[in-house]
Design a protein around this ligand. Sequence first.
Ligand SMILES: NC(=O)c1ccc[n+]([C@@H]2O[C@H](COP(=O)([O-])OP(=O)(O)OC[C@H]3O[C@@H](n4cnc5c(N)ncnc54)[C@H](OP(=O)(O)O)[C@@H]3O)[C@@H](O)[C@H]2O)c1
Length: 210
Amino acid sequence: MDIAIIGAGKVGAGIARAWAKAGHAIRYGLRDPAAARYRPLAATGALLAPAEAAAGAAAILLATPWPATEAAIAALGDLTGKLLLDATNPLAMGPEGLGLAIGHTQSGGERVAAWARGASTFKTLNSTGFEVLGDTQGYPQPPVMFVAGDDAARKPAVLGLVGELGFAPVDAGPLRNARLLEAHAMLWIDLALQRGQGRDFAFGLMRRAG
Ligand SMILES: NC(=O)c1ccc[n+]([C@@H]2O[C@H](COP(=O)([O-])OP(=O)(O)OC[C@H]3O[C@@H](n4cnc5c(N)ncnc54)[C@H](OP(=O)(O)O)[C@@H]3O)[C@@H](O)[C@H]2O)c1
């Protein structure tokens, strides 16, 4: 599948490398495709302007910093019919440190869907660290990754893309459940950065044997 990566940083570049290895054609959508810092990405995909990357893609991974996300989507042009995987988290610094800027009655995923009019938006690939997102090897079972979105017909394709990264993909319901997935990401961040768990852990979903 032709996949555009919007936000080729720690999350976007790592996932892109893994999808390229799985045989997908990667189109990086970069604000400055000629910049020297992006040259290493050319080994795994085409370096393009954001609208060009999106136009030729069947699926788009959004991995931009939250404050840049609305503008990044606006720069993509017409997104009608595109599959959009939103890996962002609506993070902001508050009086108690890093937290979610919105939640409970609204989510970043729902905002992204409103900004990306016409696209099928799914929240996923947001709730573990970039080190795990780009390399799921070495865990005793595949790390779990939840997928929330309203387009039932296209959800299997998203679950498939997530599974190809080595995750155990789990359908977590409609897009409004991005409210839960973003809080789940915040739990990962808190455990990693404040509670001594480090950045190398992932959540698993297990069942009782027998
Ligand atoms: N870091 C993690 O472990 C982690 C895990 C899960 C989810 N997330 C979420 O994933 C998102 C990205 O995080 P990250 O750690 O990968 O950030 P990052 O390393 O800072 O990368 C962000 C990328 O977005 C690009 N960018 C910024 N504004 C843009 C725009 N308007 N259009 C296109 N590209 C733009 C930047 O490129 P230029 O500035 O060069 O254009 C940069 O390559 C965030 O929402 C974060 O909350 C992060």
